[in-house]
Design a protein around this ligand. Structure first.
Ligand code: FMN
Length: 356
């Protein structure tokens, strides 16, 4: 199918997935309030567009850790991405490469990091969950450097696995199988700032910390030599009752004060959402569920198509705001208001509710 909108991609994903896999994708922790807040937060910012600026050419290209980006988007790490389409991480990698954005590979995916680097060479970030001791971690980091990874991402909001009631109530264990018991998180839960200092002192690869939720931790990241601060609440899949990530962004950007790039994810589904993140100071925006929806709708070509549609949405939004270059996006172009619709995980696609 020739997809012309992201809504059509989301609709097809729903049709293609079993209830178990669909719930794994859209679900979150406990009452799922963090998911709804993410989306409510994004909807709470509206534009203050400027008129009569020349926008015959609009630029949304940038770079991240020295890698050129056609769009300031990172494909966020999605564990078990192979459950959405059998090519798994390789399908995402090919689409990211062809379009020109960076993929963050989750360590619970197939193909695994070394095989993927061989299969689809190119810049890529590797995200790790600690499933072993320090020697185990050191070995994996050394191998990821050897395999040519651009940066290394440690996810710090998953010290234990949350209670995802959609899965629990169906007695469903997602294929990554990580939901079994808190004991399985022994290594992940013993991760501390010392782990960060250890990695920084031993390895020469940019380090990204994912899961920053307050300015104080952003400050501590920078003080510890972290190279990228990644604001995230894991798409509302870990701690329930968190603030929307877009609402955390301004205090983190202020704390980091331009010393390192800041990435944000959580509820960003559309081109206009990306523009809002950039206005608030993010260097790049991570796309989680949108990437997985595109995978479910048809794998690599649909991930590529979703990126093309996102780009079209970003460029259109910027032109209508009177902004011709992403470097000119700033907080003055936004204002906070009360959203007009009820927020939920798919509320970025309101036409689906009307039966389109
Ligand atoms: C199905 C699924 C699997 C995920 N797996 C991982 C993972 O393995 N590692 C990780 O750091 N984050 C993981 N995340 C969180 C995403 O990287 C990202 O933070 C989140 O999806 C962003 O929110 P969004 O889905 O609203 O875009 C996962 C998210 C989803 C939806």
């Amino acid at each position: 199918m020739d997809y012309l909108t992201l809504s059509e991609i989301a609709k097809r994903a729903r049709q293609n997935l079993s209830k178990n896999v669909w719930d794994y994708l859209i679900g979150g922790a406990d009452t799922e309030s963090s998911i709804r807040r993410n989306r409510h937060g994004v909807d709470s910012w509206v534009f203050r567009p400027r008129i009569l600026n020349e926008v015959s050419s609009v630029n949304a290209r940038s770079e991240f850790l020295g890698v050129p980006l056609r769009l300031p988007v990172l494909l966020a790490p999605i564990g078990s991405v192979q459950v959405f389409e059998s090519g798994g991480a390789a399908s995402v990698a090919k689409a990211a490469k062809e379009f020109g954005v960076l993929q963050i590979l989750s360590s619970v995916c197939t193909p695994e990091f070394e095989a993927l680097a061989q299969q689809v060479p190119g810049p890529r970030i590797f995200q790790l969950y600690l499933l072993g001791d320090e020697a185990w971690m050191d070995d994996i980091i050394a191998r990821s450097i050897e395999a040519g990874y651009t940066a290394f991402c440690l996810t710090a909001d998953t010290q234990t696995y949350s209670r995802r009631e959609r899965d629990i109530m169906k007695r469903y264990i997602p294929r990554s199988g990580r939901q079994v018991s808190v004991a399985d998180f022994g290594y992940q839960s013993s991760m501390t700032w010392k782990t960060v200092e250890h990695i920084k002192s031993k390895f020469d690869i940019p380090l990204m910390i994912k899961g920053v939720a307050v300015a104080e931790d952003a400050e501590r990241c920078v003080a510890s030599g972290v190279d990228v601060v990644y604001v995230s609440n894991h798409g509302g899949r870990q701690l329930d009752h968190t603030r929307a990530c877009i609402d955390v962004l301004p205090e983190v950007v202020a704390a980091v004060d331009g010393r390192v790039p800041v990435v944000v994810d959580g509820g960003f589904m559309r081109g206009a959402d990306i523009v809002k993140g950039l206005c608030l100071g993010a260097t790049a925006v991570g796309m989680g569920r949108l990437q997985a929806l595109a995978m479910a709708a048809g794998g690599e070509p649909v991930v590529l198509r979703a990126l093309e549609i996102l780009e079209h949405e970003v460029l259109t939004t910027m032109a209508l705001m009177g902004i011709s270059d992403i470097k000119d996006l700033n907080g003055e172009l936004l204002e906070k208001v009360e959203p007009i619709s009820h927020a939920h995980v798919l509320s970025a696609f309101p036409l689906l509710e009307e039966g389109y």
